[in-house]
Write a protein that binds this ligand. Structure first.
Ligand code: HEC
Ligand code: HEC
Length: 305
């Protein structure tokens, strides 16, 4: 290569390098999360002088930034496919329109919802309505690590509405009725008379209760492979696993069934039955569940109450 040719190649490489650099600087700045200083929390005062469209535009920045929504949800075309697409895709309408359609599904209609409240509830209490065929992994966005403020959630709802419907959210919107429905943390209490309850237990009654309350997840054979359980992560407990069941004392089983998985450091998908079942019912169903491990361990005192 002659000297002028070498110079030419050098210049080309230099310009290419500069372009690549410029691209990454632009990319870095276009994602608010990657900017050096994180943007300030938005309060209701910040929304006061804003039109619904301006509020929606703040919501869009939160969707692509602090809210990290874009990592799970695409809107139309996009890379995030393991969570519901919020655009008109896969047979669904745009999320703004879809919010109104959802009010006729599940028990949404009985909760006195408006479409904007449905959207707010999806953010504050994601497990209140779980979109069919998706795992319930959406985090409550008002809690850490996302920790969106109430005003920021109003802005995000305005942005979601802007996808296919009129924005009904204004600077005055408050979602107090939704916030009031956020479930309170449950306190796990000791059970003084567990021995008596187990001694009196009626496993046949327990089997009936198991059928109507537990079988969809834990399965008719007790192996955790019921139709509602096979896709859950972590999976429902397999009551036929003798080694595992020996590790779980009766008292622990009772507390998980009564106060729920979450209150006992397990998955929230294992619901609390304190409002559906009496203490004696719970003892009955536990004794029935223990029997799934019987073929292998009928006389094992850890397994047989
Ligand atoms: C870790 C992944 C994840 C993140 C982060 C996440 N979501 Fe979700 N979201 C899901 C999943 C999964 C579902 C469906 C299951 C369910 O209903 O809980 C869902 C459901 C929804 C729905 C209901 C959709 C419908 O079809 O009715 C809305 C609305 C929604 N998310 C908005 C958001 C917004 C806005 C953010 C950011 C503030 C966000 N999500 C952050 C995973 C996520
Ligand atoms: C919606 C699905 C679902 C239903 C319905 C359900 N469970 Fe569970 N259950 C789970 C899941 C998931 C786990 C595992 C939780 C974990 O490992 O974090 C579990 C765990 C358990 C455990 C193990 C507790 C421990 O300490 O390991 C017991 C006992 C149990 N369930 C009993 C019941 C009983 C009794 C019923 C009915 C009255 C019931 N479950 C209904 C999903 C369900």
């Amino acid at each position: 290569m002659s000297e002028p040719e070498k110079k030419h190649v050098f210049l080309k490489v230099l310009i290419f390098g500069l372009c690549v650099n410029a691209f990454f600087i632009w990319l870095g700045n276009s994602i608010p999360q990657l900017r050096k200083e994180s943007p300030k929390d938005i309060s209701f005062k910040d929304l006061e002088d804003k039109s619904p469209e301006e509020i929606a535009s703040l919501g869009k920045d939160l969707f692509n930034g602090k809210g990290t929504c874009f990592t799970c949800h695409s809107i139309g075309e996009g890379f995030a496919n393991r969570c519901p697409n919020l655009g008109a895709k896969n047979g669904l309408s745009q999320i703004g329109t879809r919010a109104a359609e959802r009010l006729t599904e599940g028990d949404n209609g009985t909760r006195n919802h408006s479409p904007e409240e449905y959207l707010a509830e999806s953010l504050y209490i994601p497990t209140a309505y779980i979109v069919k065929d998706f795992p319930p992994i959406m985090p409550a966005v008002n809690k850490p690590p996302l920790a969106l403020t109430d005003a920021e959630i109003v802005a995000v709802v305005a942005f979601l509405q802007s996808q296919g419907s009129k924005i009904t959210v204004t600077a005055k919107t408050r979602f107090d009725s939704v916030i009031a429905r956020i479930p309170k943390p449950v306190k796990v209490e000791e059970i003084a008379n567990l021995k008596e309850l187990l001694a009196k237990a009626n496993p046949e009654h327990g089997a009936e209760l198991y059928k109507s309350n537990c079988m969809t997840c834990h399965g008719d054979k007790g192996d955790g492979k019921g139709p509602g359980g096979s896709s859950l992560n972590p999976p429902p407990r397999n009551f036929t696993d003798v080694a595992k069941m020996k590790e779980i004392p009766h008292e622990r089983m009772f507390k998980v069934v009564k106060f729920g998985g979450q209150a006992n450091g397990l998955s929230a998908l294992m619901a609390a039955f304190s409002s559906t079942l009496t203490d004696q019912d719970i003892a009955d169903v536990i004794v029935h569940e223990r029997r799934f491990a019987w073929p292998a361990a009928k006389d094992d005192p850890d397994v047989k109450p």
